[in-house]
Design a protein around this ligand. Structure first.
Ligand code: GLC
Length: 442
């Protein structure tokens, strides 16, 4: 009996202390949102806040964007200090580093950048905090975002991250060599063969053919431009089709058979592409929009002012770009969720995305920034119809908690095909079988 009374008392005490802590945290919330509404973002509540250091983990940024965004953030929130933890640029390796940390319930990281293909998996695994209550608390207008990017971070009816920028594959070319960018992949091969070696170039074309996530994105584009897809609009595996096989065949032709790429192209990721292109080594390169900022950065590029951006060439079904991009989310075990949220809110807000676009060349996820004169001055190609269409119609990869498994099946067989160990048709048949099995398990 006594034990029962004691436990009732303990429950009451616990409930009361939870109530008190809820009151104090909602007070915190109210004071932080009030500070946002002040004209300069600072208020007495900010200056009286205790100094807190949070850790923001993200891939290495080759542009100046992170530095410039943080300077603006720390000016607005002087009590929040941000340490950047640089993770590998290879998105798969970065993913694995987070999975290791979060499986160990580590609180060492507060905020992470998430590739568009991770939020569903991280939500299901319980690694990240749903952001809905923060979004409501600070009245964040979700309609300001590109809805494709926003929905990539939704899972089970909740918002697990907010879009930082969107990516769509584009064709970069040297304006001192190319008058009109090629319309089709076969035109690109012909132009590349004719131009490589001129004006200091060594190669005709660069792309990402290493066995990693970037290869999946490149493959999505080749398949799409021939009317194929790994997974169709109804969510069914659809890679063993004549259209997809045509796309795979063209990818192999460009990446390894035509003599227009470096001999080690099957080790190339985005950073290798970027380094080689800005050194002036290639006529064409497939990459994400950020390469514009690097290619026009006088401190490191040899081709400043000689760079054009166009939609990717077409196959017989038109042009297709892979939809990429990054989001920001919060570690469920963060000891500073409010401050972590402030960082997410700022970086994915108008001010953060604007700086990111100007200093980093990234395509904003906030659609109104495409008519911002400063953003357009820094990235004149945002005005091009081809670019806008590439972003608007970009092909997304499946939103699935077991996306990594699907991706690794694609990576393995496309790599085998590039190495000549499987024909395009064999690769397609193998992927079909293995992806169907993976989808059944999920
Ligand atoms: C870019 C894209 C990302 C993609 C990755 C592949 O970072 O934004 O979505 O997965 O490239 O390498």
């Amino acid at each position: 009996m006594r034990v029962k009374k004691l436990s009732v008392l303990m429950v009451i005490i616990l409930a009361f202390s939870l109530f008190l802590s809820a009151c104090s945290s909602s007070k915190d919330n109210a004071s932080t949102s009030a500070s946002d509404n002040s004209s300069n973002g600072k208020s007495s509540s900010d200056s009286s806040s205790k100094d807190v250091t949070i850790v923001w983990a993200r891939g290495k940024d080759t542009t100046n964007a992170t530095k410039d965004m943080l300077a603006a953030f720390e000016k607005k929130y002087p009590h929040i200090h941000v340490k950047v933890l640089e993770e590998p640029n290879d998105t798969g390796k970065q993913h694995d580093a987070y999975v290791t940390a979060f499986n160990a319930k580590s609180s060492a990281i507060d905020v992470i950048n998430m590739d568009v293909v991770w939020p569903a998996e991280f939500a299901q695994a319980g690694y990240t905090l749903p952001l809905d209550r923060f979004i409501q608390q600070d009245h964040v207008d979700l309609s300001q975002y590109s809805q494709g990017a926003l929905s990539a971070a939704q899972f089970n009816g909740k918002q697990w991250a907010l879009p930082l920028f969107v990516d769509a594959g584009v064709l970069f070319y040297r304006t001192d060599l190319v008058k009109t960018p090629p319309k089709t992949w076969d035109d690109l091969i012909a132009d590349a063969k004719q131009l490589q070696g001129k004006n200091g170039t060594k190669y005709g074309m660069l792309l990402q053919a290493d066995q990693y996530e970037g290869l999946v994105c490149n493959a999505v584009e080749y398949l799409g431009s021939y009317g194929g897809a790994f997974i169709n609009k109804d969510g069914k595996v659809s890679v063993d089709t004549p259209q997809a096989i045509k796309g795979l065949t063209e990818l192999k032709k460009i990446a390894v058979d035509s003599g227009i790429t470096p001999s080690n192209i099957t080790n190339f990721q985005e950073t290798d592409t970027d380094n080689s292109f800005i050194q002036g080594q290639s006529v064409f390169a497939r990459n994400w929009p950020y390469m514009w900022a690097d290619a026009n950065d006088k401190t490191k590029s040899k081709i400043v002012g000689k760079v054009g951006v166009a939609a990717l060439p077409s196959g017989d079904a038109g042009t297709a770009s892979a939809l990429g991009g990054w989001q920001m989310g919060i570690n469920k075990y963060s000891k500073h969720p409010q401050e972590a949220w402030k960082l997410v809110e700022f970086m994915t807000g108008l001010e953060g995305e604007k700086i990111q676009s100007i200093s980093g060349g990234s395509a904003p996820a906030i659609t109104s920034l495409y008519s911002d004169p400063d953003v357009l001055k820094a990235n004149p190609f945002f005005k091009q119809k081809g670019f806008q269409e590439a972003v608007a119609n970009a092909t997304s990869r499946p939103v699935a908690p077991n996306y990594q498994q699907i991706s690794s099946i694609i990576q393995i067989h496309v790599s085998k095909m590039l190495a000549g160990q499987e024909t395009p048709a064999q690769a397609a048949a193998n992927m079909q079988k293995e992806m169907e099995a993976a989808m059944k398990q999920s």
